[in-house]
Design a binder for this molecule. Structure first.
Ligand SMILES: [Zn+2]
Length: 306
């Protein structure tokens, strides 16, 4: 069984003037539903305002929750923050937080949304409203649920917001492997950044990922990994600059699972970037991330019990 966190509020109609494709989360849900009894479904609660404020400026949180975000910030986000979008923005971090709790219990869990790694303290950006990764990580360590959270971000874009919102926190570390020339133009400083040249393919990517992530997990010894499993390093992605194949993405996720399992670290996965006209193909890539990780962790549970 793979523990999946989903909420109907994730699937909203596209607001007018949106440049973001909104069909993805519903397609991910439908593909996972087709997996039948392999999936255990869980529904999150909205993230309480005070925990949103642990990562974001209270003024910005209030603007979003009231659906009164100034137009300049909405332009940075890429879509208007309507009441439905605001509801979704509050629910998704609740989902990432619940996925983390389930991962701690079962070894692995996934949220069918999230990975909103560009959201900053006082504004959203790059299709991200609230930073579910930073909010969940801050809540988990400040509540004392877990001791040390490592946020592993393999989206093709740097996890700038996550790095900025968790910088200096002794119980949170950030790792970002990304295309150096891609958005955002101004990078933040993660605990470890691994910038890649354009058009890096499977073998080179996997070698660098293992060389950098394996020692980080071994040295830093996280008690939980939050995984931003963006699929935009895919060669055909509209906003990517790397050249991973479908098989390369699967190998990437198997490698991350192997490193986490070797370190005895539970892993909670969020979605992330994935852009193009074929929404079903992109959703299928996201579901493949979840099933690849889920199968890897299921293998460890069976081994432990035998
Ligand atoms: Zn991205």
């Amino acid at each position: 069984m793979i523990a999946i966190v989903h909420h109907p509020d994730y699937v909203t109609e596209a607001p007018a003037r949106s440049t973001y494709r909104w069909g993805k989360n519903g397609a991910i849900r439908d593909l996972l539903r087709a997996e039948g009894e392999r999936i255990a479904w869980h529904e999150p609660e909205p993230m309480p305002q005070r925990w949103l404020e642990a990562a974001h400026d209270p003024d910005y949180v209030a603007q979003v929750l009231a659906a009164q975000v100034p137009p300049l910030k909405e332009r940075r986000i890429g879509f208007p923050v309507t009441p439905l979008v605001a509801r979704r923005a509050q629910m998704v971090p609740g989902g990432t937080y619940l996925a983390a709790l389930l991962a701690i219990e079962h070894g692995f869990a996934a949220n069918t949304a999230g990975g909103s790694h560009h959201a900053l303290a006082d504004t959203g950006a790059g299709y991200c409203v609230f930073n579910d990764l930073a909010v969940a990580a801050l809540r988990l360590v400040e509540e004392g649920t877990t001791a040390r959270v490592l946020i592993v971000d393999v989206d093709v874009h740097q996890g700038d917001g996550t790095a900025a919102l968790t910088a200096g926190h002794p119980q949170i570390a950030t790792y970002s492997i990304h295309a150096e020339k891609n958005f955002p133009a101004r990078k933040a400083q993660s605990t470890l950044d691994v910038p890649l040249a354009d058009a890096v393919g499977d073998d080179a990517y996997l070698a660098v990922l293992e060389e950098t992530l394996a020692p980080m997990i071994a040295d830093w010894q996280p008690s939980l990994i939050l995984y931003q499993g963006g699929v935009d390093p895919f060669a055909g992605d509209r906003l990517g600059r790397l050249a991973l194949s479908e098989e390369g993405l699967v190998r990437r996720d198997r490698l991350v699972a192997r490193l986490a399992i070797a370190g005895g670290v539970p892993l909670a996965c969020t979605v992330g970037g994935g852009y193009g006209d074929d929404v079903m193909a992109i959703a299928a890539r996201h579901v493949r991330v979840i099933s690849t990780l889920g199968e890897a962790f299921a293998g460890t549970v069976r081994a432990d019990r035998s």
